[in-house]
Design a protein around this ligand. Structure first.
Ligand code: KIV
Length: 259
């Protein structure tokens, strides 16, 4: 396990060394501590928080206050991992707003921020970077746009979408993003972007050939059996195990004590 604090530059440098970047989400102190102890270099306090912790139907309901609350909990674990946090929906409408809210996440303990989009948010990305806050891009399926898009669809199947993804990714890399999350990008396009970009691509549902992979941790642990996702095979059946342990404990209460 790496004992020194990981920076955005360290994540970027992993691409040059051909080292796969394993990234997972955390929303609280124990999960952040466990991921850090397992050697995960990049922890994301994602706005998936909305669905996997707060019970919202999608990420568009998550507020700045909720993000700050969970970033503080993660930061209290003092992980060696780099802690990135999502700027929630409608929190980066202008460069001024993006900087003010990125500063709030930084004050809560985030060491980098992520926002969804490419050239359309470039002034915001440049303003955040000019303020000295490392920036993680997010292209492909953008969950904050799920309502306009009518669902979660693979991006990059059509020529026009491929060209737009390339132009957006290059714009983010030129602006100084340290890495880009590619969500539900068709595998051949994700591979081409990975070969083309000087910064790491971190895929989710975008094939095996990205420089790294990110997952929503409760999906990996099988904690949310009511969501089934094509791109994640849970490695644990935590939901069933939890229900079983709780039932056994409850039944144990009813038994007479052993003399
Ligand atoms: O909010 C989140 O957890 C994310 C990941 C799915 C990349 O953005």
């Amino acid at each position: 396990m790496n004992k020194t604090k990981i920076t955005a530059d360290d994540i970027r440098a992993m691409k040059a060394r051909g080292e796969k970047i394993a990234s997972l989400t955390a929303y609280d102190f124990p999960m952040a501590r466990l991921l850090d102890q397992a050697g995960i270099p990049l922890i994301l306090v994602g706005d998936s928080l909305g669905m996997v912790v707060l019970g919202y139907p999608d990420t568009t309901h998550v507020t700045m206050e909720e993000m700050e609350h969970h970033v503080r909990a993660v930061a209290r674990a003092r992980p060696n991992s780099l802690v990135a946090a999502d700027l929630p929906y409608h929190s980066y409408e202008s460069p001024e707003m993006a900087v003010a809210n990125a500063r709030r996440l930084k004050a809560a303990g985030a060491e980098a921020v992520k926002a969804e989009g490419g050239r359309e948010i470039l002034p915001q990305v440049k303003a955040i970077l000019a303020d000295g806050i490392p920036f993680l891009g997010h292209l492909g399926m953008l969950p904050q746009h799920v309502l306009e898009e009518g669902g979660y669809h693979i991006k990059g199947k059509q020529e026009g979408e491929q060209q737009a993804l390339i132009a957006d990714a290059e714009a983010l890399a030129d602006a100084g993003a340290f890495a880009i999350v590619l969500e539900l990008v068709s595998a051949p396009v994700a591979r081409a972007l990975t070969q083309r970009l000087p910064i790491p691509t971190i895929g989710i549902g975008s094939g095996r050939d990205c420089d790294g992979q990110i997952l929503v941790t409760p999906d990996l642990l099988g904690m949310l059996p009511w969501f089934t996702l094509k791109h994640v095979k849970p490695k644990l059946n935590a939901a069933d195990q939890m229900r079983e342990v709780v039932r056994e404990w409850k039944e144990g209460l009813a038994k007479p004590p052993v003399k």
